[in-house]
Design a protein around this ligand. Structure first.
Ligand code: TXA
Ligand code: MG
Length: 361
């Protein structure tokens, strides 16, 4: 199959391309599209056969449910059997935006979308292009991230094409995504209780403004990895976001560039004695220190931004993780961030990318 990549923007919202993309979705085909978090691989969310194509194109385990993307509040009623007052509050506060809310599903939502669960994840993206596509399709769009299962999620159309070229008919290209990490997934567990199943750009701190009872699913607390946790978002149990070379995370107790650099120098020296070829994903501050030491070629020291600029780090992280795939590097190290605010989502993804390999001292 030939894959067409078409540049779109909110200004081209009314262009013919949305008619064509909407038609493809209604005809049971796949279309990759931008959102404010990562690029999605979309199909008609009410068409079981179309959704099965998503699993095929990604090589995704079939027990991992898809989330449904809606254009507006009215579309939620097409698929949710009940919208609780707390869910209604979340919608009013954060939608459209980078949040997915788990709700009881209506029978029209196929089992192949929800992996047999009685609930469905619903998300209203804050991307004009994405909502224009959903409106053109006229149906909720089921979409996981548009990567081959296990690989870092795509934040540009080029990254989508790397994984999906030849597998789908159309990729809509609106440039790099704003946030760069997938949406926060939340469940409303009681009248006033929210559980975070996957951290994202709607942070725990922001959710605490809605209710004082915000819990983290135990599977995403701390550094738990696949073997010791049973996450409620089934997808969180798989190794994910992984670059081709093994990755270790450097997380000193006191997260200063000086401490990170000291640990890196020690680890790099040990790895080099085993003939490993090193690649680094670190802050601007750590880059400066390591470059002066001349222990890793400059082109393999990649900065994700200033230590305190979590928004930039999130937006850059998947692209940097993928950037080593075409090199000869055999051991990667990434600098940890704080676990506060957006840092919780970044550290959740980095922990998974590393398969839980965190070096703390
Ligand atoms: O930002 C995002 O959410 C992106 C963009 C494309 O919207 N989508 C995305 O989809 O990250 P995906 O499939 O890569 O991740 C969805 C996660 C999976 O971990 C899945 O297990 C979980 O949501 N999930 C889906 N339905 C669920 C449900 N009913 N209950 C619990 N977890 C659910
Ligand atoms: Mg994904």
């Amino acid at each position: 199959m030939k894959t067409k990549i078409v540049k779109v923007s909110s200004k081209t919202k009314d262009a013919k391309i949305f008619d064509e993309a909407g038609r493809l979705i209604r005809a049971g085909e796949l279309v990759a599209f931008p959102t404010e978090t990562v690029y999605g691989l979309g199909a008609n969310g009410l068409d079981a056969a179309a959704c099965r194509k998503i699993y095929e194109a990604k090589g995704r385990p079939s027990d991992n449910p898809l989330i449904l993307h809606v254009a507006d509040r009215a579309m939620i009623d097409m698929i949710a059997a009940d919208v609780s007052p707390l869910a209604e509050k979340l919608i009013a506060s954060f939608c459209p935006g980078p949040i997915t809310i788990i709700m009881p599903k209506k029978p029209c939502v196929p089992d192949s979308v929800t992996g047999g669960l009685g609930t469905v994840g619903i998300r209203m993206p804050d991307s004009d292009v994405c909502r224009a596509l959903i409106a053109a399709a006229g149906v909720p769009i089921a979409a996981p991230s548009a990567n081959i299962s296990g690989r870092p999620s795509p934040t540009t159309a080029e990254m989508v094409a790397r994984d999906m070229d030849g597998r789908i008919p159309l990729i809509l290209d609106a440039g790099p995504c704003e946030f760069g990490v997938e949406s926060t997934i939340v469940a409303c567990d009681a009248d006033d209780k929210i559980t975070i199943l996957r951290p994202g750009a709607i942070t725990r701190e922001m959710l605490l403004e809605i209710t004082s009872d915000v819990e983290l699913d135990p599977a995403i607390k701390g550094t738990m990895t696949d073997s010791d946790a049973h996450p409620r978002a089934p997808g969180m149990k798989y190794r994910h976001y992984a670059p081709k070379a093994p990755l270790a995370l450097i997380e000193p107790k006191n997260l200063t560039a000086k401490n990170v650099a000291a640990m890196l120098i020690r680890e790099i020296s040990a790895a080099k004695s085993q003939d490993k070829k090193i690649g680094l994903i670190v802050s601007d501050e750590t880059t400066k220190i390591i470059e002066e030491k001349n222990i890793v070629p400059k082109e393999y020291i990649k900065s994700y931004g200033h230590q305190c600029d979590l928004k930039a780090i999130a937006a850059n992280i998947y692209r940097l993780l993928r950037s080593f795939d075409d090199t000869d590097r055999t051991q990667l190290y990434a600098e940890a961030t704080t676990r506060d605010g957006l840092g919780l989502a970044i550290m959740n993804r980095l922990t998974k990318s590393s398969g839980g390999n965190i070096i703390t001292e």
